[in-house]
Design a protein around this ligand. Structure first.
Ligand SMILES: [Ca+2]
Ligand SMILES: [Ca+2]
Length: 324
C-alpha cells in the first residue's frame, strides 16, 4: 500500500471491489450538556462539545503509517453540537418515509455484507474481493436488509443504520438540517475531554468490554464476549465524557472530509476541513469487525476511508449542527 491508496482495504471494501463484472480486484483502494434538536425531523439526541484546542493524532504510535495518523498536532475547534449516537434505522426510516429517498445500495442493487452475517441465497452473492474474502457483494442487501434479501430490520430499530454510502449520509443531513462532522470534530468529540487517550474512556481496554469489536479468531470464530456479532443498539456500553456512545467500535462513521494520508503534515490549525479534493472520504471509529490481529482501528485517532458511493454492513454516521 502506498500513500495514494485508500486505507480501508481490510475494513470496508470499495464499491467496485464487489462488482460482479470486476475481473481484477480493485485496490481498496468537561462533560457536555445534552441539547435537543431544533429541527423536529432529526430525532437523535445531541451533545455540545466545548470549543478547545486538542492534540489530534496517534499519541501511542499504534497506527499504521499508511493511515496517516501522524504527526500529532494541535487543532483548535469551535464549539459544536454532535449526535450522542449514530443515526439509527428508525431515524433513517423517517427520512426515507418523508422523502422516498433511495440509497445507493438500492440503486446499484447490491452492498457489502460480512460473510457470517449473510442472510440470502447463494445465488445473490455477486462477488468478493480476493484480498478480503470475508466481504461479499450481495444482491438485495441494503439498509432495510442488512444481511441480504432474507433479512429485515425486525428488532434492529435502535441499531445504527448501515449500508449507507457517504452520499446517502449527506442526503440525510440535508433533509435533517445537519452536516457530517469534520474529521477533527469527530476525533475531538470521541476523545471526550481525555487528552491523548487511546480510547474514549482511557488507555486500556479493561476487563469489561466497553465497545463492540471482535473477540476470537477473525474472520471465522467470534466468541461475542462483548455481546454482539454484528451491530449493537446505539446506546450499548457507556457514553464518554461528552456523552457520546460508541464512537469506537460498532460501526464506522462517515466524516465530511476527503482522506489524505499526508494531510496532518500541513493542515490548518483551526477547524480543518480536510483536503480540497480526493478520491475517498474519511471513516472513523472502527467497527464490530475490528480485532487486533488485523485491524486495531477502534481507537480515537484511527483513520480509514472509502469511496463516497460505497456501502457496507459495518458503516453508518452521526451528524453535527451547522454553524449559524
Ligand atoms: Ca462484538
Ligand atoms: Ca462507531
Amino acid at each position: 500500500m502506498n500513500a495514494g491508496e485508500p486505507a480501508a482495504a481490510c475494513c470496508a471494501p470499495g464499491r467496485d471491489g464487489l462488482h460482479a463484472h470486476s475481473a481484477i480486484t480493485v485496490p481498496l483502494t468537561v462533560r457536555a450538556v445534552p441539547v435537543m434538536s431544533t429541527d423536529a425531523r432529526h430525532g437523535v439526541e445531541q451533545v455540545r462539545v466545548p470549543g478547545q484546542t486538542f492534540e489530534m493524532g496517534d499519541a501511542q504510535g499504534a497506527g499504521r503509517p499508511a493511515d496517516g495518523e501522524l504527526p500529532v498536532h494541535p487543532v483548535e475547534v469551535a464549539e459544536f453540537a454532535i449526535d450522542s449516537t449514530s443515526v439509527t434505522n428508525a431515524d433513517f426510516a423517517r427520512f426515507v418515509d418523508d422523502t422516498g429517498y433511495r440509497t445507493e445500495a438500492e440503486n446499484f442493487g447490491f452492498s457489502a455484507v460480512f460473510h457470517m452475517a449473510l442472510r440470502a441465497d447463494e445465488s445473490d452473492v455477486v462477488g468478493s474481493p480476493p484480498a478480503t474474502p470475508w466481504w461479499l457483494g450481495v444482491r438485495g442487501a441494503d439498509w432495510r436488509h442488512p444481511g441480504g434479501g432474507k433479512s429485515s430490520l425486525d428488532g434492529l430499530e435502535d441499531h445504527p443504520v448501515v449500508h449507507v454510502s457517504w452520499n446517502d449520509a449527506l442526503a440525510y443531513c440535508q433533509w435533517a438540517g445537519r452536516a457530517l462532522p469534520t474529521e477533527a470534530q469527530w476525533e475531538c468529540a470521541s476523545r471526550g475531554g481525555l487528552h491523548g487517550a487511546r480510547y474514549p474512556w482511557g488507555d486500556d481496554l479493561g476487563e469489561q468490554w466497553r465497545c463492540n469489536i471482535w473477540q476470537g479468531t477473525f474472520p471465522t470464530a467470534n466468541t461475542e464476549a462483548d455481546g454482539w456479532l454484528t451491530t449493537a443498539p446505539v446506546r450499548s456500553y457507556a457514553p464518554n465524557g461528552y456523552g457520546l456512545w460508541q464512537t469506537v467500535g460498532n460501526v464506522w462513521e462517515w466524516c465530511a472530509d476527503w482522506w489524505d494520508a499526508r494531510y496532518y503534515a500541513d493542515s490548518p490549525a483551526r477547524d480543518p476541513r480536510g483536503p480540497d479534493r480526493g478520491e475517498v472520504k474519511v471513516l472513523r471509529g472502527g467497527s464490530y469487525l475490528c480485532h487486533d490481529s488485523y485491524c486495531n482501528r477502534y481507537r480515537n485517532s484511527a483513520r480509514s476511508s472509502n469511496t463516497p458511493d460505497s456501502s457496507m454492513g459495518n458503516a453508518g454516521f452521526r451528524t453535527v449542527s451547522i454553524p449559524a
